[in-house]
Design a protein around this ligand. Structure first.
Ligand SMILES: [Zn+2]
Ligand SMILES: [Zn+2]
Length: 277
């Protein structure tokens, strides 16, 4: 049974202090009035509501990710449902507003979501609303047990099948690379696990070419752009032939294209995670 929940009954989780609050807008504007995002809430009614809803949803999303990671506590949902007929695995977040809905209802909400034009996450897009929700959770560090990307699935199809060498070691020791791999595996599925392993190995080899300490969290920062370019050239191999405009030709230029695309995706994963933490 599903019925609409009136706002005054519902508790929301504060984005700043993590406490549950019945009147979250008032709480934000009094207790956290000095926070930048609260100070810059516009005065105009509709925009004001959107800005406060945004903070409310981010707080609730954090809370829900916490509940799912720990496996205890109560999810904050877009609509109330009777507790006994649902489990936590029946809910997924909207890719735009991050509010949790039952999987069956999600598409209906997404079609009318107020945040469709100004999504709260810059994460992966996907045609399927459920898969987009799963990827969102995956990006936030929750293993989605109902999908093949659960940690066990990722372990057996990706990690365990990587060759035992220094390249694979780079993948497993890099949290951002692992997160990207999990999201990718969730999107492409078991049939394309080999493709996922291949992409991860390209990125790991690129990392090995660089003398930048730290993992991809550091590598994708703007100041390392030149180092990334140089490492990509190394990966592609530079031949002695020159192009018409006098540059040295790359032996495998397709690698540069691929690496460019993967880096863009990994930056999206990173940015998405940053907006939530
Ligand atoms: Zn608070
Ligand atoms: Zn939404």
């Amino acid at each position: 049974m599903v019925r609409k929940q009136k706002d005054f009954e519902k508790q929301h989780c504060c984005y700043y202090c993590g406490n549950l609050q019945k009147k979250i807008s008032r709480h934000l504007q009094t207790v956290h009035r000095s926070e930048n995002d609260v100070r810059s809430v516009p005065a105009e009614n509709k925009q004001r509501k959107m800005a406060l809803d945004r903070l409310r949803n981010m707080g609730d999303f954090h809370h829900n990710v916490d509940v799912l990671t720990k496996g205890s506590g109560q999810l904050i949902l877009g609509r109330r449902v009777s507790a006994d007929s649902f489990t936590a695995a029946d809910f997924l977040p909207c890719r735009y507003c991050l509010v949790f809905f039952s999987k069956k209802e999600l598409w209906r909400h997404v079609a009318h979501c107020n945040f469709a034009k100004t999504p709260l996450s810059t994460g992966y897009g996907d045609k399927s609303v459920q898969r987009a929700g799963q990827m969102l959770l995956c990006g936030a560090g929750v293993s989605v047990s109902s999908s093949p990307s659960s940690s066990a699935g990722y372990m057996s199809a990706i990690v365990n099948l990587l060759p035992n060498d220094t390249v694979s070691e780079q993948i497993n020791n890099d949290s951002l690379l692992t997160r990207y791999g999990q999201i990718l595996f969730n999107k492409l599925g078991l049939e394309r696990a080999a493709d996922v392993r291949c992409r991860l190995r390209y990125l790991a080899r690129l990392k090995l070419q660089m003398s930048v300490p730290g993992g991809y969290e550091t590598i994708i920062k703007a100041q390392h752009f030149d180092a990334v370019l140089a490492a990509t050239k190394e990966l592609c191999g530079v031949s002695q032939q020159r192009t018409l405009n006098g540059c040295l030709k790359l032996e495998k230029p397709h690698i540069a294209l691929k690496v460019g695309q993967f880096l863009k995706k990994i930056t999206q994963v990173r940015n998405f995670y940053k907006t939530l933490s």
